[in-house]
Design a protein around this ligand. Structure first.
Ligand code: ADP
Ligand code: MG
Length: 231
């Protein structure tokens, strides 16, 4: 077991569309202790989502290493990578990315379905549903379990996305501008919720945002500028 939830060194990422390669990350290094709430602030286009996707096993770096709870994710075979992405990391996106045809309950349960083998699934399903209902209740969505995303407000949708990210109790929660699409009052509530999860369950959180005012909620703020991170 590592003291560090995240330890990233010398990350590079270049996109090559068209003739000019875009060197977005130019040697990013940072670490996050378990239980910390860290915020990464950077202008739009500075590479925040790119960085979070590398840490969340959504994309791979061109160079550099990332350890999640002591495991070098660059060395994982695909199956373990997938299992880690669904089980040990939770991802919250700016635009929620809920599936419109699924209910609040079904959207919340999605990662727990990906994570399960067919054997024993029926038995686990009841347990998962109880867990999901508790989590949704806690997020103030207890009366919304059978609603579909289009019947919900932006703040409610983002709370469903948070429930979905938390359903497998991941050690690490990654949030990509989770309040970027919400009015400031609703956004403030979402941030309070994240902060509360962090304080009550010791969940490690890495949030990225272009809004430095939001970062005051975090234990520590890092700035992404010219492809590098500074404290
Ligand atoms: N898949 C991709 N292909 C090519 N360019 C990309 C891709 N993803 C992001 N970019 C570019 O990389 C830069 C950083 O993008 P991104 O990480 O989304 O920034 P941020 O989240 O900070 O707004 C932007 O200029 C963006 O247009
Ligand atoms: Mg982004």
């Amino acid at each position: 077991m590592s003291e560090l939830a995240v330890n990233a060194t010398d990350l590079h990422k270049t996109y090559s569309m068209g003739k000019v390669p875009l060197h977005v990350l130019r040697g990013v290094s940072f670490s996050v202790k378990k239980g910390e709430f860290v915020c990464i602030v950077g202008a739009s286009g500075s590479g925040k989502s790119t960085l979070l996707h590398l840490v969340g096993l959504v994309d791979k770096a061109d160079k550099g290493r990332i350890f999640l709870d002591g495991t070098d994710i660059g060395k994982l075979p695909n199956r373990r990578r997938n299992r880690m992405r669904c089980g040990e990391v939770g991802f919250v996106f700016q635009f929620y990315h809920l599936l419109p045809e699924l209910t609040v309950m079904e959207n919340t349960l999605l990662p727990s379905m990906v994570d399960s083998s067919a054997v024993g699934w029926v038995g686990r399903r009841r347990h998962r549903r109880t867990q999901a209902a508790k989590l949704l209740e806690r997020l103030g969505l207890g009366e919304r379990l059978k609603h579909r995303p289009k019947e919900l407000s932006g703040g409610e949708r983002q709370r469903v996305a948070i429930a979905r990210a938390m359903i497998n109790s991941p050690g690490l929660l990654l949030a990509d501008e989770p309040t970027g699409n919400l009015d400031s009052k609703t956004g403030g509530r979402i941030l309070d919720l994240l902060r509360r999860f962090n304080q009550e369950t010791g969940q490690t959180i890495v949030m990225v945002t272009h809004d430095s005012a939001l970062a005051s909620q975090a234990d520590r703020v890092l700035h992404l500028l010219d492809g590098r991170l500074n404290g």
